[in-house]
Every structure is written in C-alpha cells, then in structure tokens.
Design a protein around this ligand. Sequence first.
Ligand SMILES: *[C@@H]1O[C@H](CO)[C@@H](O)[C@H](O)[C@H]1NC(C)=O
Ligand SMILES: *[C@@H]1O[C@H](CO)[C@@H](O)[C@H](O)[C@H]1NC(C)=O
Ligand SMILES: CC(=O)N[C@H]1CO[C@H](CO)[C@@H](O)[C@@H]1O
Length: 303
Amino acid sequence: MRFFTTISFALAASPALGSAVGNLGFALGTKNSDGSCKAQQDYEDDFDAIAAASGSKLVRGYAASDCNCAQYILPAAKAKGAKVILGVWPDTDESFDLDKQALQNYATKFTDQVYAVTVGSETLYRGNFTAAELLDKMDEVRSILPNTKIGTADSWNKYADGTADDMIKGKPDILLVNAFGYWQAQPIDNATHTYFDDMMQAFTHIQSVAGSTSSIELWNGETGWPTDGGTDYGAAKAGTANAKTYWQQAVCPMIDWGFNVFYFEAMDEPWKPDSVGDNGSAQDEKHWGAMTAARAVKFSLKC
Ligand SMILES: *[C@@H]1O[C@H](CO)[C@@H](O)[C@H](O)[C@H]1NC(C)=O
Ligand SMILES: *[C@@H]1O[C@H](CO)[C@@H](O)[C@H](O)[C@H]1NC(C)=O
Ligand SMILES: CC(=O)N[C@H]1CO[C@H](CO)[C@@H](O)[C@@H]1O
C-alpha cells in the first residue's frame, strides 16, 4: 500500500515529528445557532466542552474581525488556558484591513493566547492570489505580530502540484494542509487511504521545496466528515456512523503517527446556508460538527 511506504519515509525523514504523538485542534465558528455573534462566555463554554470531550485546548478561526472574534475569543482563551490560531481573510482589501486592525487591537495584547496566524484559507485553491502575492500579504501581517508564527492554510493539492512553491520558498513559520477524503468523493472504506495519501504528497513536496523537514511547522489544517443530516458527495456518504469511523480510522491514527490535525469542525453551525457546488447542487454545511450546536458530543472524541 503506497501510503504506508510514503509515511515511513516521511517519519524517517522528520525527526521533528518523530515518534511523539501529534496535536489535535478544532476549527471553531464565530456564531451561535441562531446566527448571532458569539460573546466571550460562548467561547469559554466552547473551550470547556472541547477540552472535556477531547483534551484539546487549541482552536482555529478564519477571520479575526468576523463577529469581533479576536476581541472575544482571546480573553476566553486566556481564562481557559487555551490557544487560538487566528485567521486573516485577505481576499478583499476591506476584509484584509479589518482583520489586520483586529490583530493590531487585540492579538497584540494577548500574544500568549495566539498560537499562530493564518493569512488566507484556500486562496491558492480558489485562484485568488499567486503564491508570491500571498507571501506579500503574510509579510504585512508579520509586521503587526513580529514574534508570532505566520502562515497560511490551503488545499493539499495546491501544495503538492507546485502552485504554492514561491510562498514555501519564502519560509513561512507554519503551513496548514487541508485534506478531505469526503471532498474527493471517496467511500468511507477508502477515505483514510485518500486522506493519508493527500497528506504525504503535500508534506513531502513542502519539505523538499523548503529543503528541510523541520524549518516549517506543518499541520493538517482541516479534515472531517459530515454527520446525519449532511449531504452525500458522490460515493462519500454523510452520516454520524461514517464520521465516527473516519475519526477512529483516519484522524486518531494520523495523530498517533505524530502529525498535527485540526478537525473540521468542533460544532454544528445550523445558521449556515447551503453552499452551491460547481455542478449547481446544494451542499449542506450545517452538520460537520463533532458536537451538536448545543455542545453534545456525537461520538467519543478521545483517541
Ligand atoms: C482509494 O484512494 C487512493 C488514494 O487516494 C486512490 O488512488 C484509489 O483510486 C482509491 N480507490 C478507489 C476504489 O476509489
Ligand atoms: C454534484 O456532484 C456531487 C459530487 O459528485 C454529487 O453528489 C451530486 O449528486 C451532483 N449533483 C448533481 C445535480 O449532479
Ligand atoms: C484580490 C482578489 O482577487 N480578491 C478576490 C478573491 O475572490 C473573491 C471572490 O471569490 C473576490 O470577491 C475578490 O475580489
């Protein structure tokens, strides 16, 4: 099996990842079930629920100014001993400026709670920027938080196919690689194979372009599986039983291998509209949580 060969190679070549077990974090939304913005107490309750269910004290967001996220999540993280990867949304000048302002106003006052900042989420995948343009945006953000890890998150194939090379050569501090067997329309019994294979292709390419296995901190930035109520995607069938299988057969083993994983996502987001895919069919985005919107676990989140 191809992925076992590549994994042994990556581990042998990656003493920094080595035999230690990897870290687990969760993508976390900024809104309550009714679509209202979360307040500090809501984030504190989220941190409590995530830690109780999984032991994790790390979450990631996408836009620091969205719902004034940085303003409320950082004091909540401090109260709960948790850390946050904040996001900057550089796609438009307006969102870029608002998120930079939020970092300036809040992240600079809570640097111990800011694990890292990602500039852009799948911008190369969407074709929004070239790798060099993205690197410039990352440098702008670094000038606000010079001692914080700065990087980006993108789809595994945009790392593996060379699209990101000029950005990788700029030596970001941290890169998040998104990979979903589900979005490759894989049946659950082959989804782990696809996920591991995607990750290996992206990680080995990044490390070879960087010329080092340890100069850039690497994470799986998103993986997950929609639960009951979610939409099927080809042979990938939504359902809580499949999500549980994916957690046990894909997520936990990846962490056991020593890789860092963000699960997408912590809790359902019932306020989200359906997103219309490339072929015009609506895809539900409300049921990706490992927990319900009321913070009840859907299956054991212990590995
Ligand atoms: C299973 O996943 C691997 C890796 O992505 C892929 O090469 C293979 O075609 C998949 N098998 C099936 C039956 O889809
Ligand atoms: C769109 O593509 C997805 C994934 O292949 C598939 O599940 C869905 O049935 C398609 N919808 C239409 C209308 O073709
Ligand atoms: C700078 C840039 O090209 N931004 C575009 C990124 O994509 C969104 C929509 O997908 C556009 O609205 C932005 O103008």
